[in-house]
Design a protein around this ligand. Structure first.
Ligand code: HEC
Length: 141
């Protein structure tokens, strides 16, 4: 029993040597998505930790294996949708991403495991409708 624990401890310590790069890329405000303040506030509170260049890395993002999971979320999240570089997307891409926001804001985003650790990031039904309505207005422009 003691030995098993010791082995786990050693593995855990060794895992800490695999570091992840947690830097944020410089933000150019001109390229950021533009939306009414109440929509922006929701995006910043509930989406920016994975879909922007302004990620707030929590302390446990320095501890493996959480660091790997979080890094993975941010990398994949940014790949799909990065609010910080919105203006670099083509109209076609923007349209596709707006559709994605419409679909995911209904329930599946932010990720449930994230809400579990960030209660303040959860959105009410009304807030989710506001975001979805907003994507509709954007599309018709
Ligand atoms: C904890 C990290 C995290 C948060 C917070 C988060 N996302 Fe995501 N999101 C992801 C990841 C990771 C993916 C990539 C999808 C995959 O790998 O399955 C993704 C994918 C997406 C996609 C593309 C997927 C598709 O099916 O079109 C959209 C759109 C999206 N997120 C919107 C949002 C919105 C809107 C919010 C805020 C309300 C949000 N996300 C919050 C991690 C996150």
């Amino acid at each position: 029993m003691k030995r098993t624990l010791l082995i786990f401890l050693i593995i855990f310590i060794l895992m800490q040597f695999i570091r992840v790069d947690r830097t944020n890329i410089a933000v150019e405000k001109d390229l950021e998505i533009k939306a009414p303040l109440e929509i922006m506030t929701m995006f910043k509170q509930s989406c920016y930790d994975c879909h922007s260049n302004e990620v707030k890395w929590p302390w446990y993002s320095q501890v493996a294996p959480f660091s790997w999971t979080i890094k993975n979320h941010v990398e994949n999240g940014r790949k799909w949708l990065n609010f910080s570089i919105w203006e670099t997307y083509t109209n076609e891409e923007k349209e596709k991403k707006l559709k994605g926001i419409y679909r995911t804001a209904y329930a599946i985003m932010p990720l449930p495991t994230y809400i579990w650790l960030h209660k303040e990031a959860d959105l009410t039904k009304e807030q989710r409708s506001l975001i979805r309505d907003w994507t509709g207005v954007r599309k018709n422009k």
